[in-house]
Design a protein around this ligand. Structure first.
Ligand SMILES: C[S@@+](CC[C@H](N)C(=O)[O-])C[C@H]1O[C@@H](n2cnc3c(N)ncnc32)[C@H](O)[C@@H]1O
Length: 310
């Protein structure tokens, strides 16, 4: 291939050739208000996530890699591709790209203190009085790369151990395939050790050796407690087999608009046992979102009844 630059206008692709190298041109990522609105609607219909108009740069930035991988030179061409009815796989990749996956072990520690001090003793006492089985089911909805469900699994392994007859399982779901792959591996950079209390780190994490140096890994007994699955919280919650004693849905609903948030909260409440617990993120208030939920503390709710009040 001759050195120099050659642009092919066919199929929206452009290429630059550098000697033997053939380098895709950085795409021109501009988005008109009309095109942004199309993406906004598509993403909302797929996920319940509402991208406000202030998120134009975010959309361009996050889709840049997809366009580069596909050698597509404009968001207009990308939209024409991704909106096709048979392009479910590409839509899943678009969602992978646009979701925000920030998370930490023991994020919002006050909630875990509440669990250890209030909820777990109650469940133990109820089990001793044979008012409940020694069986606990937890759902982490919007689990990202796994730090949240693994945190809960570690706490439950410590406080409701299998050796005392407790049968504890967690379901961890997210819409992003990419992040779920990471979550299932349970491998994290060693800097994340800082997020874990020392005793939890020593009991439940392995330190990487040789080629795994610089990493930590969740021990297999914790990994085995968690079942990771792709699930769209805005659409597919009927596919979940509950009910759950507690649900963590933290820092997910902030990306939803009021309608999708209300739908999701109603579905979450439906999947809780009576007197079960719902944990949400620090910026999320479920005030008047569901008649079945009562606030115990900011960001912690309990289900008061099995009756939905329309
Ligand atoms: C900011 S992370 C929060 C992770 C964790 N819950 C925490 O608080 O640390 C939000 C997660 O919600 C997921 N998410 C966004 N919309 C979703 C939807 N409609 N269904 C399921 N998961 C969704 C994203 O992929 C992302 O991993």
């Amino acid at each position: 291939m001759p050195a120099g630059t050659a642009a092919s206008k066919d199929s929206g692709k452009s290429r630059r050739t550098d000697g033997d190298l053939c380098v895709a041109q950085p795409p021109q990522l501009t988005v008109s208000p009309a095109l942004f609105e199309k993406f906004q609607k598509l993403i909302y219909a797929e996920t319940g996530i509402w991208l406000g108009t202030s998120k134009t740069a975010l959309l361009c930035g996050r889709l840049y890699r997809r366009l580069r991988a596909l050698e597509i030179d404009s968001l207009q061409h990308y939209y024409e591709c991704v909106a096709q009815p048979d392009q479910q796989d590409e839509r899943a990749r678009m969602i992978d790209a646009i979701t925000t996956n920030e998370t930490r072990f023991f994020r919002e520690p006050r909630q875990f203190e509440f669990m250890v001090q209030k909820i777990l003793p109650r469940w133990r006492t109820e089990a001793e009085r044979q008012l409940r089985p020694r069986r606990v089911r937890i759902w982490s909805a919007g689990c990202s790369s796994g730090e949240e469900p693994y945190t809960v699994a570690m706490l439950l392994a410590r406080h409701l151990p299998a050796e005392q007859g407790w049968d504890v399982r967690l379901l961890a779901t997210d819409i992003s395939n990419r992040i779920l792959e990471k979550a299932r591996k349970g491998i994290y950079p060693i800097a994340k050790s800082e997020e874990l209390p020392r005793d939890m780190l020593h009991s439940f994490m392995l330190r990487g050796m040789a080629e795994r140096q610089g990493e930590i890994k969740v021990k297999v007994e914790i990994q085995q407690m968690v079942d990771f699955r792709r699930l769209n919280l805005d659409r597919e919650t009927e596919l979940i087999e509950g009910p759950f004693d507690a649900i963590f849905c933290r820092n997910v609903l902030i990306y939803f608009d009021t309608a999708s948030k209300r739908r999701a909260v109603t579905n979450l409440a439906r999947h809780l046992v009576a007197n079960g617990f719902l944990f949400v993120g620090h910026a999320e208030n479920l005030c008047s979102m569901s008649s079945q939920l009562r606030s115990l503390e900011p960001t912690i709710y309990t289900k008061t009844s099995d009756q939905e009040v329309p």
